[in-house]
Write a protein that binds this ligand. Structure first.
Ligand code: SF4
Length: 349
């Protein structure tokens, strides 16, 4: 039986129930009106909306059919039967949806939603590393563009990185492009890591004794959190439980109580009972967890924001559906090779 369409008033009430503690009412009314128009159009056009955990609260709690981290959304993108996928996230995520759905129209609401990690490495850089370390498999974080994925053996997310590395059953891996995630995975898997410089090349022997070959890409959000931030928060709130994303430095991860992907952090907050939590990740995610867990107190450092995720708004999403913009394309020979790396990751889970 088809679900009765939600009315504009019903949508406002649903948003108010979740968000009245984090969004002022006048803004909520304005955003509920936009969200209603998006949801109506979404139905007319047989579109599905995927929303990353870093979307702002009013968008996150109103228009996505599915929310989650990049791995969860990858899985949803692989199984949808909608004609149009609107990706409320950044470009590399929308590209991954296109890689998995070549016959569908994939839209991203803003062409400016990039990522400092994805921009830190090119396909030529990966080819150079492969020629320098022949036969060593390349594991690439999904936070990369399609041409970089196409040069890789397998992709990973922050949620499954150690599992993907272990699944290869080899001594040495090239792990790209996030320096901190690589160092955290090296620590978890007991591997020694090297970050090769372009020039001058170190002696071959020095490189060969390392098991993990990394790259110095960084997330411009997570690299900003420091051990001092944690110490100050603990001094002010001695009972705080600190959660850090694995794109934070190993020192920050070590000073935290828990580290995991955005999905793992959400699950951790839901299954534990601490007086308060400090989330070291994009600030909107703290708002979204707070909205879903009103009885729990969340602290977040909102001076650190991802400008790329912030590009995706309800206004831009409405325009995206109205004008079929901005269409994400991936050249077919690149798509086919990238799809192999993404599918291998999905099979591992
Ligand atoms: S939060 Fe970091 S990794 Fe995520 S999109 Fe922004 S810059 Fe990229």
């Amino acid at each position: 039986m088809e679900r009765t369409a939600e009315t504009a008033a019903g949508l406002y009430e649903r948003m108010r129930e979740k968000l009245s503690r984090v969004v002022p009412d006048f803004e909520l009314r304005y955003k509920a009106e936009l969200a209603y128009r998006i949801n109506t159009l979404k139905k007319e056009r047989n579109a599905v909306i995927l929303g990353h955990n870093y979307m702002e609260p009013a968008l996150y709690h109103s228009i996505p059919d599915f929310t989650g981290d990049s791995l969860e959304l990858c899985r949803k993108a692989a199984t949808t039967d909608a004609d149009i996928i609107v990706f409320c996230g950044v470009r590399f995520m929308a590209e991954t949806a296109k890689i998995l759905n070549p016959g569908k129209t994939v839209l991203i609401p803003s062409p400016r939603a990039g990522c400092s990690l994805a921009e830190s490495i090119t396909a030529a850089d990966v080819r150079e590393l492969k020629s320098r370390f022949p036969g060593v498999p390349v594991v690439t974080y999904v936070n990369t563009y399609a041409d970089v994925k196409a040069e890789s053996d397998i992709c990973c997310t922050s949620g499954n990185a150690a599992k993907v590395v272990a699944s290869l059953g080899v001594e040495r891996v090239i792990f790209l492009p996030d320096e901190f995630l690589a160092r955290n995975v090296a620590k978890d898997t007991g591997k020694r890591i090297i970050f090769p410089t372009k020039s001058p090349r170190p002696a071959a022997g020095a490189e060969l004794e390392r098991e993990m070959i990394g790259w110095r890409g960084r997330c411009e959000v997570h690299e900003k959190f420091t051990v001092e931030d944690i110490a100050r928060a603990r001094a002010q709130f001695p009972d705080v439980v600190v959660l850090a994303h694995p794109e934070c430095s190993p020192e920050v991860v070590a000073a935290s109580d828990f580290s995991g992907s955005t999905a793992a952090m959400t699950a951790y907050v839901e299954r534990t009972r601490a007086p308060r939590y400090l989330l070291l990740t994009e600030c909107s995610m703290g708002d979204n967890i707070a909205a879903a867990n009103p009885q729990k107190e969340m602290l977040r450092l909102c001076s650190v924001r991802c400008p790329h995720m912030g590009e995706i708004t309800l206004e831009q999403t409405l325009a995206s559906l109205e004008e079929t913009r901005y269409v994400v394309e991936v050249e077919e020979s690149i798509r086919l090779r990238a799809a192999g790396a993404v599918q291998r990751m999905i099979e591992i889970g």
